[in-house]
Design a protein around this ligand. Sequence first.
Ligand code: ADP
Ligand code: MG
Length: 563
Amino acid sequence: MTIVGIDLGTTNSLISIWGDEGPELIPNALGKTLTPSVVGVNDEGEILIGEAAKERLITHADQTIADFKRTMGSDRVVELGSYKFRPEELSAFVLRALKADAEQHLGQPVTDAIISVPAYFNDIQRKATIDAGKLAGLTVESLINEPTAAALAYGLNEVEDSQFLIFDLGGGTFDVSILDKYDNVMEVRATAGDNYLGGNDFRDAIAEMLISNHELDRANISHRAMNRLHRLAETIKEQLSSNGEARYAATIDEVEIEGSLNRDEFEELTSPLRRRLRIPMERAINDAILTPEKIENVILVGGASRMPMIRRMVGRLFHKLPLSHLNPDELIALGAAVQTGLKSRNAALEDVVMTDVCPYTLGTSAVVDDNFQNLVIVPIIERNSVVPISQSQSFYTIRNKQTQIHLDIYQGENMRPADNILLGDLNIDVPPAPAGDEGIDVRFTYDINGALEVEVTSLSTKKQVRKIFKNQANLSEEDLQQRFKALSDIKLHPRDQAENAALLARAERIYAESLRHQRDYVRTLILDFEQFISDPKNRDVASIRDAFSEALEELEGSLFDSE
Ligand code: ADP
Ligand code: MG
């Protein structure tokens, strides 16, 4: 059985396998390894995924959605044309597209996957990811923390035995992990992160600058114009990774904007974001009981780590040049493939041992003060404990003749229960006795898939109550079944037309962005191409498509000039 590895990213997703030569990335229908995590619906009610959908963010803003990984684990439903989707369902569409790519590539059905998640994803978000897999018809063998996957990709061949730090700045999330590699063992020492900090925030800082510098009407800016601004800001941001200055010219909501931004200005603009990046790094280093000098290697992961200011900052903090010779946006998928190799006990990987940690503290609430006034969290498994882990603690009755003990189970770092995530509760009966005479043993068992099992035993009767915790915010088994059926009925835009769809969507976006004679030209290109592909007698679509693509390439080049 082939297990695939999947990096289900905020911005881009990838699929991989453990091949004869080691980890391999599988190309999508456009021949690319990165599939944008964007989903849209067209006028026929078909679902578009990836490149074509990404282009339509501007031309069909209300029928297209990106960045939904940020809402994983929530109940936020989005309307897409006549459909309504939960974040799990949107992710499922991306997974379905990747699955189809792998099936095409391997020539066999793909049913099992290992999916990477940010180390800092909580249990609700992890469960939502597993559900997304189910909705796409995949059995999720296990989840793997993204930095751990990145470490696996690098660690096997490229890093000597050492303590190293993984710095992963993607589009929407930031993750830090500290690992220890010795012999064939790779041990995660600590992880920390920020689920709301990524390359998008650097993009948004530029978009904000454009709005205020060009006095755009912020309050009334259209959805479409906002997506357009984001795209412009994205281009400027990426240009500044290779050039000292980026110039732009565009029309946003009828206002012509033109100007330039240089690297120094960009870095100035984003210094608050860089400050925020330091917080999880400090926490991870503290949790690992290390100091920055003890970190021997730093590995940069995530597309946003391509920004020169990030390399510089990391270099300064750790007094060494970070490693980045593997492609930062492909590392996690490569590592997920290594993990599939480990899972299927591949001979080449026989001796490799990988350990991971739990990202959050798990505990219950109890009163600990003498007058029974204050309910606080009692941690049972502390964050950054090596998993799988099983740990227990005893609790006693606080009232005379108390016949039941109630436990609320929480995840989080805060002292007061209400400030943490409630995973659920359970009750156990105890014989009536004077306060403090009856007690229970509470055992927490936790693994990397985010399943917490709680086993409570009465100390006197030995009676047991056991429960596996899932959160209310997640779908029930029944709901899942129902949605799986409903989703299976929704047609995806045919994979063999993906290239044409992406090209046409791109052309329509360029049309929307241009004016006058350029518009006339793009319209002619679009209509000619549509006519050509609509006639089944025309066979050599590929060469016409190449010509179309080249024409667009030339046009886009002239929209942005830089130096
Ligand atoms: P995710 O893990 O969120 O899917 P990726 O690792 O693919 O994300 O990184 C996507 C982010 O990387 C985006 O914010 C994108 O703008 C940014 N990015 C990619 N290439 C560059 C570049 N050359 N310069 C600056 N940012 C980049
Ligand atoms: Mg990523």
